[in-house]
Structure formats: C-alpha cells, structure tokens
Design a protein around this ligand. Structure first.
Ligand SMILES: [Zn+2]
Length: 356
C-alpha cells in the first residue's frame, strides 16, 4: 500500500511543476534528482531531453514519456476526490504525460530489488506537444535498444496502441488572375478553383484509419476584386502506408485537374512526413508488452489510434516502438483526469515489461 501511494505523491509533485512546452527545465531537474536518489545517473542532452541508462540482463529496451504539457498548464492545483485526480478546472491536469513520467520513475525504483531486469534506457523528452521536437533531436547513435515503449496513449491501462498514422502536412496555393469584379471573364478566380478542388477531393473521413483535412484557407484582396491567389494548409493521415501514399497521389491529381479546368496554376509544398506504424498482435514487441500487462493482472486490448506520439519518431529512426495507455481521460482540456488505480497499474505494467 505504501508503495502504491508513492506514485500518487510523485505524480502530484510533477503536475505542480509548470512545464508548458519549451519550459521543461524544472521537471527535468526533478527527474534527475529523483533518479540520483536511487543511484541512477541521468543527464540532459543539448535540447533538454533527460536520458538515463541502467544495467541489466537480456534485451535492452527504451522506456519513454514526455515532460512538456499543453496550456493552460501553469499553477496546476490537483484535486483528489473519490480516488480520481483532476485539476481545479482552471488548467489542464498534466496527466499527459506526467503519469507516464511518474510511472517510469516508480517502476525503476521498485525494480532495483528485482532480478532479471532488462538493461533500460530511460528517455524523458521535451517539446513533444509541438511535433515531437525533443525526440527528433535525440542522438540515436548513443542508444542501444532496438525496441521502445512509450507511455503516452489516451486509453485505459492494458491497451496497446499497435497502429499509429503516417501524416503528411502540406501547404499550397492556387494562382489565378486578378481583375475587377465587374468583368469576371477577364480574371481567373482562385477561390472558385480551390472550391472546385475541395468539392472534388472531399476532405474528411476517407476510411476508418484514413482522414484528410483542409484546415486553413487565406487570401483575397476585396469584395470587388477577382481573387488571384488563395493559400491553403491541410494534412492527410493514414495508418496503412500504401493507402497513405495513394491518398497523397489523389490529392495532387485532383488539385491538378481542378486548376486545369479553371486555367489556374498551383503550388503544393509537402512538409516533413511523420512515419506511422502498424504492428500485428503476434509481433515480438506487442507480445513482450502483452506479457507484461497480463503479469500485472490486467486484460490486454489492442487498438489503433489516429494521433502521433514520440513512438512515431522512434519508428522513423529504426527502433520498433509503440505507445501504451494508462487511463488518462480528456487530456488537452481543463477536464483532464486520472484514477489513482490507473497510476498504480501503470507502474506495475512498466515493471513487468522491464522484467525479462
Ligand atoms: Zn502526450
């Protein structure tokens, strides 16, 4: 019981430390200090990620969580009622991802007395919430592990996120021809052309695990001017790589055809692609994690999620990686909450994954 309550104590301390993205220093200090007390040396890399390694037996694995939170995340006042922890309603709680951080810290502390623990590489990243910036800046050459478990999914304890999407963000513009609105035949209205493209492409849900979106449209000079240039920003996300590639092709084709029809030109700029993953239930990584969950007395559930985490970045760098759930609810909102029982369970799950 005493052991179980320590995770709550550590979690409450962590959420009270302000760490909106870009300001993770104090959380990093807390982690380094906590690990030092249990005789694990941790250090920060150039961008601020905290990295620690422990010796052990068997295949090494990475355990990782992120230190930053979204806003409003300053002066968080956690409230415990009916064994549920939530904020006072003015801020987020920060269980995303401090429950992951607390889970890892407590697990490694408890594991000191265990036998057959794998060599562990603990990685606490910065700036996950703005595109996994910390993970992208890790020096991967310094890591031995071929597999990683990221503690950062918005699902219950026992859930394994076996699939996460490839994401292609893009920006573009349609270029028409300016003219006075009284003489529309003299111009090419780029807004009309973009409307045609959107109507043809139909952004939204393409299938269960494939979605597309146009999220920003900007441009125009005035109500009496035929719009010569309109900009747009959007994205495509899909868990299946082939479907993903196919949809990017469709986007380009529909844009090209619409512009041809209107006699307009276009530019399309693709940003850095986020690499997705899709593991089978019997893959070695999923089996290793399932075993740990079962040993903790919980039921294993498999899911695919349409959000990206640091796991996507580890995959891109050639490390088999996925994210697991720990029961946080309504994250990225002031209603965010987590049950104490889930905090206790995630510690057990991490411990059992780490034991060979
Ligand atoms: Zn997160």
């Amino acid at each position: 019981m005493k052991r179980d309550l320590e995770v709550v104590r550590v979690f409450l301390k962590l959420v009270k430390i302000n760490s909106e993205t870009g300001n993770e220093k104090k959380v990093a200090d807390f982690i380094i200090d906590y690990l030092k007390k249990i005789k694990i040396k941790a250090k920060q890399d150039k961008i601020g990620n905290v990295i620690a390694k422990t010796k052990g037996r068997g295949e090494p694995i990475i355990l990782s969580a992120h230190m930053d939170t979204v806003s409003p995340g300053k002066n968080i006042k956690p409230i415990i009622k009916n064994s549920v922890i939530r904020s006072d309603g003015r801020t987020i709680l920060g269980a995303d991802d401090k429950a992951g951080v607390a889970g890892i810290l407590l697990a490694v502390k408890n594991l000191r007395k265990q036998k057959n623990v794998r060599p562990l590489e603990l990685i606490f990243t910065v700036q996950e919430e703005i595109g996994c910036v910390g993970a992208r800046n890790l020096v991967f050459e310094n890591l031995k592990s071929k597999r990683a478990v990221i503690i950062d999914s918005s699902s219950r304890c026992g859930f394994i996120t076996c699939g996460a999407p490839y994401i292609q963000s893009f920006s573009g513009k349609v270029i028409g021809k300016m003219a006075h609105s009284r003489a529309p035949e003299e111009g090419v209205n780029s807004i009309n052309c973009l409307a045609e493209f959107i109507n043809m492409w139909k952004p939204g849900r393409i299938s269960k695990y494939c979605v597309s979106n146009i999220g920003v449209v900007s441009g125009g000079r005035g109500g009496n001017v035929i719009c010569d240039e309109i900009n747009f920003v959007g994205e495509i996300r899909a868990i299946d790589k082939n479907i993903f590639k196919k949809q990017i092709g469709i986007l380009e084709k529909k844009l090209k055809n619409s512009c041809k029809k209107f006699n307009a030109k276009y530019e399309l700029k693709k940003m850095q692609e986020v690499v997705g993953y899709n593991y089978k239930k019997d893959s070695a990584l999923v089996e290793m994690i399932s075993k740990g969950i079962r040993k903790s007395g919980l039921k294993v559930a498999y899911e695919k999620r349409m959000g990206a985490t640091d796991a996507n970045v580890f995959c891109e760098k050639g490390i088999e990686s996925l994210s697991i759930g720990y029961g946080r609810e309504k994250c990225h909102s002031v209603k965010e909450k987590i049950k104490i029982a889930d905090l206790v369970n995630i510690v057990r799950i991490i411990e059992n994954i780490a034991i060979n």
